[in-house]
Ligand binder design. Structure first.
Ligand SMILES: [Fe+2]
Ligand SMILES: [Fe+2]
Length: 282
């Protein structure tokens, strides 16, 4: 099974941009690659910040771009979204106790999609109700391999202005829900607009880079009282993730959408190399 993940699309950041909003073009280019690539996913997870302002028009634009998508789309809310907008544009998802969180099961894998949104907050949120919901979902099937998607990474990346404080209540509550759950194979996030690989309470945690422009890589501390002219946002290319589950291993791949070219193909000339590599497997 292949699960594609696209995150932080931010449709509606600059709706008047001509001839087309940059974020819209980046979104379409990434989707087109997914459609044409040899790896047709079984589903597409949109892990939040689908829109920039959570307005109905931006959600409607997003849904229109996805209208011909040949595989199921599973959306999540980010801090830039609104639950009403998301639920209106994606009728395949329903609210549960006021939150947009749900579980999918396919090919022996449980996929838990969380809601870390709190209106008015840039950072994450995970209240006692959501902690109880996640704990109950994980208790339902403690032996089943499980993949967790959440918009906000509950970790310190070193990109100071984007990071939570590790002592924030929502991080602690999420930590308490996942602590010691050895069946959680990985946590995949968005929000940071940069690739990141780390772990949280012993569980591998990765961030998929954004479809919208990326956050600049600068790991020096930020003084909120003194603008230092550092780079904040860059035109690094959009990237999507492809999470491959074969029943044993969850392997996550990343591909960026830019003007790269193929330099070698599997032709008869290169066949001896390929044959040799297979022969080594014995
Ligand atoms: Fe974002
Ligand atoms: Fe975000």
């Amino acid at each position: 099974m292949l699960i594609a993940q696209m995150t932080d699309i931010h449709i509606g950041f600059a709706p008047g941009e001509e001839p087309e909003e940059l974020n819209h073009s980046r979104f379409r280019a990434t989707l087109e690659r997914l459609y044409e690539a040899p790896n047709r996913p079984d589903m597409l997870v949109l892990s939040g910040d689908i829109t920039d302002r959570g307005d109905l028009e931006s959600f409607a634009k997003t849904a229109a771009v996805l209208a011909d998508c040949p595989f199921p789309v599973w959306p999540m809310v980010g801090n830039h979204d609104s639950r009403e907008g998301l639920l209106g544009a994606f009728p395949q998802v329903r609210a549960d106790g006021g939150f947009v969180h749900y579980v999918l099961e396919q090919d022996g894998l449980r996929i838990v999609l969380l809601d870390t949104f709190e209106p008015g907050r840039h950072g994450g949120a995970f209240c006692a109700a959501r902690q109880a919901w996640l704990t109950a979902r994980l208790d339902e099937s403690p032996g089943t391999p499980t993949l967790v998607f959440m918009h906000h990474p509950p970790v310190v990346s070193g990109i100071d202005w984007m990071d939570p404080d590790p002592n924030e209540g929502w991080v602690q509550r999420f930590g308490a829900a996942v602590e010691g759950r050895r069946n959680i194979l990985a946590i995949h996030c968005g929000h940071l607009h940069r690739p990141l690989a780390t772990s949280f309470r012993g569980v591998p945690l990765h961030v998929t880079p954004s479809v919208a422009p990326l956050v600049a890589l600068n790991l020096s501390t930020v003084d909120p009282g003194r603008p230092d002219d550092r780079d904040l946002i860059t035109t690094e290319p959009p990237t999507y993730a492809l999470h491959r589950w074969d029943g044993l291993t969850l392997a996550s791949h990343y591909e960026s959408i830019s003007d790269w070219h193929v330099l070698a193909r599997y032709t008869a000339r290169l066949q001896p190399m390929i044959v040799g590599m297979f022969a080594e497997r014995e």
